[in-house]
Design a protein around this ligand. Structure first.
Ligand SMILES: O=C1NC[C@H](CO)[C@@H](O)[C@@H]1O
Length: 431
């Protein structure tokens, strides 16, 4: 039966249910499984993986080998970027205009997935972005609502940005093009392996977007309802195209849900949303001052520990696995310099890993982590640390200084931490 299913898969005939494909990551109660064993995520954020697959394959192979050596088994990657006038967005973009997709960048994803499969890695692929650094939802609204694509790095007005960007969810024309992109990816045949994406177990999850939010901190009940409906409708649409892969939201948790726990739970209640996600950003959220660590560490620790644990408790209540798919801390003294120490980062990573791995070992529904983000061999090119087209890509997207949160291949203490905790998670897969 499995041989028949496998051959059907190879011919692009995707079985209605994933029962015939144990090699796909699946959910069993509050755990992931793969190939009949528990599966845990020791992952990295590697948003630019497909860009390297298109433009710098020697570097990509080196990065994948380094990550594999660290025990990394999962990469969270951007599927597609949209051409935009917003200053702090990556260039070139996959989508130059609605329906016009750059085949080279799409083939970059093919190569990335082919190489990840060789290293027994799985991919979480996010199909849009709430933030401006890849064009994202704001650019869709510029195309279809005619609204100006205002870069919040320029306006400094994130509250307006978030409120306006959330109009994406109810814009029918924007949703139609978004679904074109979803169909393009899910219906794609890998030009390197010949495998249809929908039948390729290297993909773990289709993710609706990076950090979709219902609006800003003052989101109205109507905006929240629109957000929940968008998640449920889009997840159901993805499921209608592909019953082999998991679906996730890309939510940050409470911080991305207007601090509304009921909203976070509703957003993940859909039968077509297979697991929960959350992100942890003490610096971005003002919990720690990197230039006053002694004065702010204890408060940041208390808030971070609560945030880490309470979302695992939400997952337990909902009965689905949860992944901490983003967390990060800057270098000592808020430096961007690759030569600066990472004492505070390493201390923070250990706090995160201790909660995640301890609770995973206890059998709680935390299924692992993806740190933000792998910088590897990338190096900042400019004295002001801002990215310009043609510069190395690294863990920090163009809207942030290059070196802010990136873990570089020279950050040996951080790499050793990651490896040690990855090993503990992988030990759980042998049970
Ligand atoms: O998804 C994200 N979360 C936080 C990152 C660091 O600020 C940011 O670069 C990215 O947009």
């Amino acid at each position: 039966m499995i041989a028949l299913a496998a051959s059907l898969l190879m011919m692009g005939v995707v079985p209605a249910a994933s029962a015939a494909a144990p090699e796909f990551v699946a959910v069993k109660k509050t755990q992931f499984t793969r190939n009949g064993h528990p599966y845990y995520i020791a992952g990295a954020n590697f948003w630019y993986g497909a860009y390297l697959g298109a433009n710098d394959r020697p570097r990509l192979l080196k990065e994948l080998d380094t990550l594999k050596g660290m025990g990394i088994n999962n990469l969270r990657v951007l599927a597609v970027s949209e051409k935009t006038d917003m200053k702090s967005a990556v260039r070139p973009a996959t989508t130059s205009a609605p329906g016009k997709y750059d085949e080279r960048l799409l083939a970059g994803m093919d190569f990335l997935l082919a190489e990840m499969a060789k290293r027994d890695m799985t991919a979480v692929i996010y199909l849009n972005n709430f933030w401006q650094w890849s064009g994202g939802m704001t650019q869709y609204l510029n195309w279809f609502a005619g609204t100006p694509a205002l870069d919040p790095n320029v306006t400094k007005d994130y509250e307006t940005y978030m409120r306006e960007t959330a109009r994406f969810y109810a814009n029918d024309k924007a949703q139609a093009e978004y679904r074109n992109v979803i169909r393009t990816f899910i219906g794609r045949k890998n030009t390197v392996t010949g495998k249809p994406y929908a039948g390729d177990p290297v993909i773990m999850s289709w993710q609706l977007a990076n950090e979709p939010r219902p609006g800003n901190a003052s989101s109205t009940p109507e905006e929240k309802a629109i957000y929940v409906k968008w998640i449920a409708d889009t997840a159901a649409y993805i499921r209608s195209l592909d019953r082999n892969h998991l679906v996730s939201t890309g939510s940050e948790g409470l911080a991305g849900s207007a601090q509304d726990a009921e909203l976070f739970e509703k957003a993940h209640a859909s039968k077509d949303v297979d697991y929960l996600t959350y992100h942890l950003w003490p610096k971005n959220w003002g919990w720690i001052d990197s230039k006053r660590v002694d004065a702010t560490w204890s408060g940041a620790l208390e808030k971070s520990s609560h945030y880490l644990n309470v979302h695992i408790d939400y997952a337990k209540k909902i009965g689905k696995p949860i992944v901490l798919e983003e967390f990060g801390m800057d270098r000592d003294g808020a430096s961007f310099d690759i030569k600066s120490p990472t004492t505070v980062r390493d201390r923070f990573y250990k706090v995160v890993f201790d909660v995640v791995v301890d609770r995973a070992e206890k059998g709680d529904p935390i299924a692992g982590f993806n740190f933000w983000a792998w910088g590897g061999a990338g190096r900042a090119a400019n004295a002001d640390y801002w990215w310009k087209e043609g510069n190395d890509l690294m863990g920090d997207p163009p809207q942030e200084e290059q070196g802010l949160y990136s873990v570089f291949d020279t950050d040996k203490s951080t790499i050793a931490l990651i490896r040690g905790y990855a090993d503990r998670l992988h030990a759980l897969e042998r049970k």
